[in-house]
Design a protein around this ligand. Structure first.
Ligand SMILES: Cc1cc2nc3c(=O)[nH]c(=O)nc-3n(C[C@H](O)[C@H](O)[C@H](O)COP(=O)(O)O)c2cc1C
Length: 318
């Protein structure tokens, strides 16, 4: 799973002095990163919406990397948003695919800092000019992160800056962006979201051993599900054996909604999960193929790199 997705919106990255430096530094630093260079992928501006949406669904942190053009994003990146943030993907009744993901705007600006204020020749602050993008994030349910940007990034030989100056600023921009991304990846909400994804991927396989589940359960786990109430690791194993006798492996758990809230020393995780599965004919579900929607509430703690579930409650949605 690619945690960090970077969309490069520069229309001609080969000719870039600064965005190129930033992207190279990011790629060298992060192992789990996908960079999608729009000018190389779509020289004719024909965006592959399915491929872009698939990359977004996998990501936890989405970075838009671009040069500031006419107080906004370059046309290629605007086209990417127009095509990819579609109805029932980014907004609309079923448009929850970007919900909860972090959006980081990372961009380079030609004009100096002092020009972006009411008395300067650019009049408005950068934050004011970014409002349409900020609202785009809100409509899609994304977490709009404080943007990372750098002024005085234009290089015209003998007129504006030296190449060494803009490249040095680009490297320091990349350092700040790295720190911002690392903070986000380590944020408890993101760690728990990733854990939930891995947890259900395990459940899809229904392995014979319960070890990969019990190592995340506290010794006194309280487990309540439509099958009954169970406690401790033995209780979990009893529940799991009922599940194993009912559902065939290779089932599919879709995480339709996830919300993580801090409650004192713990986190409350509220989930809506859709289970698509085939059942055994000798089970209580008599071989039916089921499509079941459940609400789940977990109580989770984080300790260093360790995630532990203390309470697990499943309720079918009627
Ligand atoms: C078409 C175009 C529009 C631009 N518009 C702005 C602008 O509105 N404000 C600004 O400060 N700089 C503007 N610039 C300067 C760019 O932001 C600057 O050249 C860029 O950030 C440098 O990135 P690069 O080295 O990766 O190409 C513009 C440049 C171009 C080519």
């Amino acid at each position: 799973m690619s945690q960090v997705l970077v969309i490069s919106g520069h229309p001609n990255l080969d000719a870039s002095n600064t965005n190129k430096v930033i992207l190279n530094q990011l790629s060298d630093h992060f192992a789990d990163i996908e960079v999608r260079q729009l000018d190389r992928l779509y020289p004719n501006y024909q965006i592959d919406v399915e491929a872009e949406q698939a990359a977004l669904v996998k990501a936890d942190v989405v970075v838009l990397q671009f040069p500031f053009y006419w107080y906004s994003i370059p046309a290629l990146l605007k086209k990417w948003i127009d095509d990819v943030f579609s109805y029932n993907f980014a907004y609309g009744a079923k448009g929850d695919k970007l919900k909860g993901k972090d959006l980081v705007l990372s961009f380079t600006i030609g004009g100096p800092e002092e020009s972006y204020n009411p008395l300067g020749y650019n009049h408005f602050s950068i934050e004011e000019l970014l409002k349409p993008l900020e609202q785009t994030a809100y409509l899609a349910g994304m977490n709009y992160v404080k943007p990372v940007y750098t002024h005085s990034m234009v290089y015209i030989a003998g007129v504006y800056n030296t190449l060494e100056e803009v490249e040095a600023r680009a490297r320091s921009h990349a350092d700040r962006l790295q720190t911002r991304i690392e903070d986000l990846i380590q944020a408890p909400e993101n760690r728990i979201s990733k854990f939930v994804t891995q947890w259900f991927a395990q459940f899809d396989e229904l392995p014979d051993s319960t070890d990969d589940f019990t190592r995340y359960l506290s010794a006194d786990i309280k487990w309540s599900a439509p099958e009954g109430t169970f406690s401790g690791h033995d209780g979990f194993r009893d529940w799991y054996s009922i599940v194993k006798r009912t559902f065939k492996p290779d089932c599919h758990h879709q995480i339709e909604q996830i919300e993580v809230r801090r409650e004192g020393n713990h986190y409350a995780v509220e989930l809506r999960i859709r289970l698509l599965a085939d059942t055994y004919s000798e089970s209580t579900l008599r071989g039916e193929s089921i499509n079941l929607l459940v609400n789940e509430v977990w109580k989770v703690s984080l300790d260093g790199t360790r995630t532990t579930i203390h309470d697990y409650h499943v309720d079918p949605v009627i």
